[in-house]
Design a protein around this ligand. Structure first.
Ligand code: 6PG
Length: 241
């Protein structure tokens, strides 16, 4: 199985391990091709990781050769407390010397989210013109198995062509922009970060059972050639390890 499962005592230990693994991926990518591209996850789980990268690793990383994208975004102003960009700004971007041009937020100020999705896809296609996409994709998982803003039974799950779609999520804020499996699954490495007791049931279903991606969208994250690594804390892994 190309998938790897790493288990940690708690979110702090998990975050430190992911930070070290990302740092190694950054060094390797920059050494090989002079840049590193990453799609960040939203939600709460990754904020500790982002802060570790912005502090412990701040002066070790060549931020001028790192490009930061977003796996999804809530369709709210970037100043809104629900914005993934705002969370990332506070925990990472405001603390590191990364050039403005290297940060690629999803615009949320177009009256029509469809326009924002088309624009972002254009930006991604400028960066990725071959068979591969990101060096690293970071993703979380909701307790019902969604990832990014790919929710159960969404039409976005069966999109075969587009890389970015506007969606209506069954949670607030409902309007969102999400990247699709078409670009996620072309990444070189995908790191799935899941922590907390409230996710252990779904982790059990997703990892132990041959669950369907319409029911558990995170199951649709199947990198074509890249690595997939689960980072679980003990609470989330309690049913499987
Ligand atoms: C978002 C995220 C989403 C998140 C999961 C887990 O925009 O909310 O992209 O997919 O990763 O909902 O969220 P928590 O880390 O807050 O549990």
């Amino acid at each position: 199985m190309r998938d790897e499962i790493k288990r940690f005592a708690d979110l702090d230990e998990l975050s430190r391990a992911v930070a070290e693994d990302i740092y190694n991926e950054i060094k390797d990518s920059i050494g090989r091709k002079g840049n590193f591209t990453i799609a960040l996850s939203g939600g709460h789980t990754p904020s500790k990781l982002y802060h570790i990268l912005a502090t412990d690793y701040r002066d070790l990383i060549r931020w001028d050769q790192v490009h930061i994208f977003f796996g999804d975004e809530r369709y709210v102003p970037h100043t809104d407390t629900q914005s993934n960009f705002k969370m990332t700004e506070e925990s990472l971007l405001d603390l590191i010397p990364i050039p403005f041009k290297n940060v690629h937020p999803i615009a949320t100020d177009h009256p029509d989210p469809e326009k924002a999705a088309i624009e972002y896809e254009g930006e991604l296609k400028k960066m990725f013109n071959g068979p591969d996409s990101f060096d690293v994709v970071l993703l979380g998982m909701g307790k019902e198995g969604h990832t990014a803003s790919l929710f159960p039974n969404s039409p976005a799950l069966d999109e075969k062509r587009r890389w970015v779609l506007p969606v209506n999520a069954p949670v607030t804020p409902s309007r969102r922009i999400t990247l699709t499996y078409n670009i996620f699954n072309r990444s070189a490495a995908t790191f799935l970060l899941v922590a907390g007791e409230d996710k252990c049931e779904t982790i059990g279903n997703v990892i132990l059972v041959d669950a369907d991606y319409h029911t558990f969208p995170i199951k649709g994250i199947m990198p074509t050639t890249g690595r997939l690594v689960w980072y679980l804390d003990a609470a989330a892994a309690s049913k499987i390890l």
